[in-house]
Design a protein around this ligand. Structure first.
Ligand code: ATP
Length: 323
């Protein structure tokens, strides 16, 4: 491999810049040229490509977002779109790709890699922590801290009145953000997609509230079709439990912003260096994961499988510590 391309795709996440920096510097350290591809797969199709030197990534480790910008690109989901993307790579002399993004981005990478026999290494860049084969994803820790601080602030007003507060956080089909931020902020409960199919989490929560006769409650809710989201839950409370003064706070995009935490910067740096190491070891079509603090190569097929389970131990910790 003489030249790699690096891109960020899908939703942005704090720490993506630290990852771009590490990938760039590790490649150059090993005598490999680097080209930055702007706006994810859209830039690959449009030929929005710039050669990176070591100083192209100076002074970015502390910045949120991604200097390469990111995009969603429906064209890349088509055979024609990917053909144009491949033509860009040939024209630019790019032999391999590092794709930083979530499960959608890695799904696209997997298809593209198989179609054109291109070596691709993925880095899990998403605040959702919804990828298989890695304990954490780049951006997750920062988002968790942001949510925790927001919940702390909401708590001040929630306890001044007797209220039930639903705080909606991101995560899609993954309850880790809601569950761990509930633990970290000392909230009463988390309503998450992994368990709501089996039982009525809201009814259980209200019943517990009565038992504990708590005046105010903070409940973290994953934004997801399965949980219905905070607004729908609040509607149900108004209809079924009118004695509760219910309020909703949807944290939205502020969860994605901000300077990355030390943990995310270190994680992104380790994963970025590991991505280049993977190429040197002739690995391809793997996502860099981290398990028990060790770098791991996770085949794309496994990384994007939707089988991530929630930790029973964490659920228990929240249940016990909120009585
Ligand atoms: P996040 O979940 O953090 O928002 P993501 O990477 O999962 O990030 P998506 O919007 O699902 O975000 O995907 C990003 C891009 O990846 C899409 O816009 C598309 O260009 C590409 N992509 C996703 N799925 C496919 C697919 N099946 N085939 C080809 N490309 C895909």
């Amino acid at each position: 491999i003489k030249c790699i391309g690096v891109l960020t795709s899908g939703g942005d996440a704090p720490g993506m810049n630290a990852a771009i920096r590490a990938v760039t510097r590790a490649a150059i350290f090993n005598g490999i040229r680097v080209k930055g591809i702007y706006k994810g797969y859209r830039g690959l199709i449009a030929g929005d490509v710039v050669e990176f030197k070591t100083d192209s990534v100076s002074n970015i480790i502390q910045r949120g977002g991604t200097i390469l910008k990111t995009a969603r690109c429906d064209e890349f989901k088509t055979i024609e779109g990917r053909k144009v993307a491949y033509e860009t790579m040939t024209r630019e002399g790019i032999n391999a790709l590092v794709v930083i993004g979530g499960d959608g981005s890695l799904t696209g990478a997997n298809i593209f890699a198989n179609e054109y026999n291109i070596p691709i290494v993925g880095l899990p860049g998403t605040i959702d922590n919804d990828l298989n084969g890695t304990d954490v994803t780049i951006g997750y820790d920062t988002a968790l801290n942001t949510i925790m601080e927001a919940v702390d602030k909401i708590r001040d007003t929630a306890t001044s009145h007797e209220r039930l507060f639903f705080i909606e956080v991101m995560g899609r089909n993954c309850g880790y953000l809601a569950l761990n931020s509930a633990i970290a902020a000392g909230a009463e409960a988390a309503i998450i997609p992994e368990i709501s199919i089996e039982k009525d989490q809201l009814a259980e929560l209200i019943e517990q509230g009565f038992r504990k006769s708590k005046n105010s409650s903070m409940v973290l809710v994953t934004e997801s079709e399965v949980t219905g989201g905070a607004l729908k839950l609040a509607e149900r409370v108004k209809n079924e439990y009118p004695q509760y003064d219910v309020r909703v706070s949807i944290l939205g995009h502020l969860q994605r912003g901000g300077s990355p935490s030390a943990q995310d910067r270190i994680l992104a740096s380790r994963m970025g260096v590991a991505a280049i190491q993977a190429f040197l070891e002739d690995q391809r079509n793997v996502m860099i994961g981290i398990r028990e603090n060790e770098i791991d190569y996770v085949p794309f097929q496994r990384a994007i499988k939707k089988e991530r389970e929630i930790s029973e131990e964490l659920l228990e910790v929240l249940r016990i510590s909120s009585i």
